[in-house]
Design a protein around this ligand. Structure first.
Ligand code: LMR
Length: 326
C-alpha cells in the first residue's frame, strides 16, 4: 500500500495536476507546454485554476498539466477536438493548419512592443480573430501575452548576416520559416519540448524565444549568447472547445467566462514584470546578452520586413494594417 501511495504521489507531482477534484464536479484539464515558476503562462494557468477551484467549487474543477506532460505541441489541438483535454493556451504561431490569419502576430517587427500588441488584441480586428476557428470547434477565451522574442545561437549574432548557413528551430509557422530564410539560414520546425535537446546536441544552432522561455527551459546554458532583437511577439490563445463550452449549464458557463476574462486581463498586466525578471535571472545565472545599437537593429528590420509582402494575401492587408497601426 505504501508503495502504491508513493507511486501515486510521484505521478501526481510529475504531471503537475494539483487540484483535488471532488466527485460530482465537472473536470476540465488545462494542458500547456511551458514550465518553471516564473513563466507568465505557468502563472496565468495556475491563477485560472485556483480561481475556478475556489469560486466554482462543487461545479467545475480545473487541473493544470504544464511542461507538455499531458500533450505536447503536436497533439494538443487534436486532443482538444477529441475531448481529451478542455483548455489550452498554445502560441498563436501554432494555428497555421487551421487559419493563416494568425500569421499577422508573427510578422517581424509588426508590434513596437507588447503594449501595441495588447492594443491590437483589444481592437475590433483583434477581437474578431478570437472567433476565427469556431467552424473547427475552437473557441478563443482571450489572448495571453508572453513577451517579445530574441534570437539565441551557438555564436554571437550581431547582424542578421551572422546567421548565414545556420539552422534555427522555429515553431510550426510559415511566417517564421520565411523570416529565417530571409536571414540566409534554415528553419527547422520542432515541438517546444524538444528544443533544449536539439540545441544541446547541435541538431540546430539557435532558436528564438522570450526571456521567460529562454530562462525556464535553460536554453541559455546551451547557447553562446542571446541577442536583444525584439523581432517578434510571442502570445497565446487561451482557448477551449465549443463542445466543452456548450456542455456547461448557462450559469456555470457565464462564471467560467467571467473568470477567464479577469485572469486574462490580470495576466497581461503582469507579463512585462515577469519578462524583466527572467531577463535578469538569465544574467544572474551567467547567460550572456548582446544588445544592438540603432544601426545594427535597422539591419534586422531591413532583412526581415520584406516577409510581410509574402503573406499579405493570405493574412489580409486590412488585418496587417490594423496590427501595424495599433
Ligand atoms: C515555443 O514553442 O517556442 C513557444 O510557443 C512555447 C510557449 O508556449 O511559450
Amino acid at each position: 500500500l505504501t508503495l502504491t501511495l508513493s507511486a501515486l504521489a510521484l505521478s501526481i507531482s510529475a504531471t503537475g495536476a494539483f487540484a483535488n477534484c471532488d466527485s460530482g464536479e465537472i473536470v476540465a484539464k488545462l494542458s500547456h507546454v511551458t514550465g518553471g515558476t516564473s513563466h507568465p503562462k505557468v502563472v496565468a494557468a495556475n491563477n485560472f485554476a485556483e480561481r475556478v477551484n475556489n469560486e466554482m467549487n462543487g461545479k467545475l474543477c480545473v487541473e493544470v498539466y504544464p511542461n507538455s506532460t499531458l500533450f505536447g505541441d503536436s497533439k494538443e489541438l487534436e486532443a482538444l477536438l477529441l475531448g481529451d483535454v478542455q483548455i489550452l493556451a498554445p502560441s498563436l504561431s501554432k494555428f497555421g493548419s487551421y487559419s493563416p490569419k494568425y500569421g499577422v502576430f508573427d510578422l517581424p517587427f509588426i508590434f513596437k512592443d507588447m503594449d501595441a500588441a495588447i492594443r491590437f488584441t483589444q481592437s475590433e480586428a483583434g477581437k474578431g480573430l478570437l472567433h476565427e476557428m469556431e467552424d473547427v470547434g475552437f473557441v478563443g477565451l482571450g489572448y495571453w501575452m508572453s513577451g517579445m522574442k530574441y534570437f539565441s545561437a551557438n555564436k554571437p549574432l550581431i547582424e542578421p548576416s551572422d546567421a548565414n548557413g545556420m539552422k534555427f528551430r522555429v515553431q510550426t509557422s510559415d511566417v517564421a520559416k520565411a523570416m529565417i530564410e530571409a536571414m540566409g539560414a534554415s528553419p527547422q520546425p520542432m515541438a517546444f519540448s524538444e528544443v533544449y535537446g536539439a540545441l544541446q546536441t547541435g541538431v540546430v544552432d539557435g532558436q528564438e524565444n522570450t526571456w521567460s522561455n529562454i530562462y525556464t527551459q535553460k536554453f541559455f546554458e546551451v547557447q553562446d549568447s542571446i541577442t536583444e532583437t525584439n523581432h517578434q511577439l510571442l502570445a497565446y490563445l487561451f482557448m477551449t472547445s465549443s463542445e466543452f463550452l456548450d456542455s456547461l449549464e448557462p450559469e456555470v458557463r457565464e462564471q467560467f467566462l467571467k473568470i477567464a476574462d479577469e485572469v486574462t486581463q490580470e495576466a497581461n498586466l503582469a507579463v512585462k514584470a515577469a519578462e524583466a525578471e527572467n531577463r535578469q535571472n538569465i544574467l544572474n545565472a551567467g547567460g550572456k546578452i548582446n544588445t544592438l545599437n540603432d544601426e545594427q537593429r535597422q539591419k534586422w528590420v531591413d532583412t526581415m520586413k520584406p516577409v510581410w509582402k509574402k503573406f499579405e494575401s493570405e493574412i489580409g492587408a486590412d488585418l496587417i494594417e490594423a496590427a501595424a497601426g495599433a
